[in-house]
Design a protein around this ligand. Structure first.
Ligand code: TYD
Ligand code: MG
Length: 454
């Protein structure tokens, strides 16, 4: 008889425990730990009987002897989507696509699947919307609807059974949070259901060489329900980000077993669904003819390409005992740290000033190459000094006021030239060996030198 395993899992963060406890020691939430009866190993055994698992008894072999099945990736029909996946969809991979409700996950996948269905068997499983709703949307967007197979179902076992008959090459599960397995006793949406459903589907993807996209909604704080529990079993995790009121959506890779992670794809939400933005720098740089102080353009590195983004800062005398430090699209702790560096090594103190910074276009900047641009934008606003329109800045700022080089300096400068910029303040370590035509580069070693260069 199959042994039924139990575990104690936190419904909020998905942490595992040996025994029940009142408070989760991972996320400190109270009363979130529930007993979970894990499914028996039945699915795997059943598939072994049917001969899907392939190797039942593993053997040790040399890495060079491992046979490589040549499985070419296939394109989703959207270059930005392929880019985030590392150059196309890998057959048999399990991909998690996360995002807040209304980000456009269903829309994007519907567009991709309608395109793919013209070339291969594709199955779209909707557990949230009715078939009519999906059909209505597809018609309205003018998508090729005649080949895509649709299914409204939330039971994972039934889905896999029907998929056995349909034999799709690519499948969408919208969303993983409404899926359930009969073996698991807790309600759909609970961590144990989500985790076991995702694991079951991932196994199915591997055994049948179906690429499966699983939609996952993120919670308020931006984490997928039980992120830890899903991350180890899926192959790629990508996020569709962007607020509902902003036009642009960014698709970002967080984990990718088949290519570089952290790739960024940009889409625009239009009346006709999501459109690709193939030259993102151009849209993030739409500045008014006369820009004011506090605005600077920086070159950040996203995945495998440079991106030019405008950064704005506003420094204003404060009315509060604790001046405000607000960062949109950046980390607030980094802002606080850089203000301390500015005080110690630049001689400018902002303890009586509110500081607000904003990355234009809803982009989220995580790299340290934005440090110098951030400080110069703050200084520009503080001194009410308008920076030249054709200036770009990048560089990391160290705690002792030194300006550190960043990766791909030359490629960043070349991208800036392409967009008509002719002046740059960059770290000394990124100074190009040969002069770049049409670009006057000021290389700086310290924050002091950068302030003088202004
Ligand atoms: P949806 O794909 O349903 O989001 P998700 O599945 O991530 O929850 O997208 C819904 C949003 O997209 C909704 O706010 C309206 C907007 N939208 C458009 O602006 N244009 C369109 O053509 C479509 C289909 C949706
Ligand atoms: Mg949806």
């Amino acid at each position: 008889m199959a042994k039924v395993k139990t575990a104690y899992v936190c419904n909020d963060c998905g942490a595992d425990f040996m025994r029940w406890q009142g408070q989760c020691s991972e996320c400190n939430a109270w009363n979130t730990i529930t007993e979970v009866r894990l499914g028996s190993s039945r699915p795997a055994m059943a598939s072994e009987r049917r001969g899907f698992a392939g190797i039942t008894r593993a053997e040790v072999q040399t890495l060079a002897d491992v046979e490589l099945a040549d499985v070419p990736r296939f394109s989703s029909g959207y270059a930005e989507f392929d880019r985030v996946l590392g150059g196309g969809i890998v057959p048999g991979s399990a991909i998690l696509i996360g995002g807040s409700p209304g980000a456009g996950k269903s829309t994007l996948l519907l567009q991709v699947m309608c395109q793919l269905a013209t070339q291969m068997n594709a199955l779209y499983v909707t557990g949230e919307e009715s078939l009519q709703q999906v059909a209505l949307r597809a018609r309205r967007l003018g998508l090729p609807v005649d080949r895509l197979r649709m299914l409204a179902e939330t039971s994972v076992e039934s889905i896999c059974e029907l998929a056995d008959k349909e034999k799709p090459k690519v499948m969408v599960i919208d969303s993983i949070q409404v899926m359930h397995l009969a073996d698991i006793q807790s309600a759909p949406g609970s961590v144990s259901q989500v985790r076991e459903s995702a694991a079951f589907l991932t196994r199915y993807a591997k055994q049948h060489h179906v690429a499966i996209f699983m939609v996952g909604h993120v919670t308020k704080d931006g984490s997928l329900a039980g992120p830890k529990v899903l991350e180890h079993c899926i192959d790629c995790s990508i996020m569709l980000e962007g607020s509902v009121d902003s036009r642009f959506r960014t698709l970002r890779g967080h984990k990718n077993r088949f290519g570089p992670a952290n790739e960024l794809g940009v889409f625009a939400m239009t009346g006709q669904g999501l459109r690709e933005v193939s030259n993102p720098s151009a849209i993030f740089l739409q500045r008014p003819e006369q820009h004011g102080s506090g605005s600077v353009v920086m070159v950040i590195w996203e995945g495998t390409r440079p991106l030019l983004v405008e950064l704005q800062a506003l420094v204003d005398s404060t009315q509060l005992a604790n001046p405000r430090r607000v960062a949109v699209g950046m980390e607030a702790t980094r802002l606080a740290m850089l203000l301390a560096v500015l005080h110690r090594h630049g001689g400018l103190h902002m303890s009586d000033q509110d500081v607000f910074v904003n990355v234009v276009g809803g982009v989220r900047v995580t790299e340290t190459g934005a440090d110098l641009a951030l400080l110069l934008a703050i200084v520009s606003s503080f001194r009410e000094q308008v920076l030249p329109r054709d200036l770009i800045v990048f560089g990391e700022v160290g705690l002792s006021g030194e300006i550190r080089p960043v990766q791909n300096g030359l490629a960043r400068l070349n991208e800036a030239v392409k967009h008509g910029f002719s002046r740059a303040i960059v770290p000394y370590g990124n100074k190009p060996k040969e002069t770049i035509a049409g670009m006057q580069v000021t290389a700086v070693k310290t924050l002091q030198q950068a302030l003088e260069a202004l």
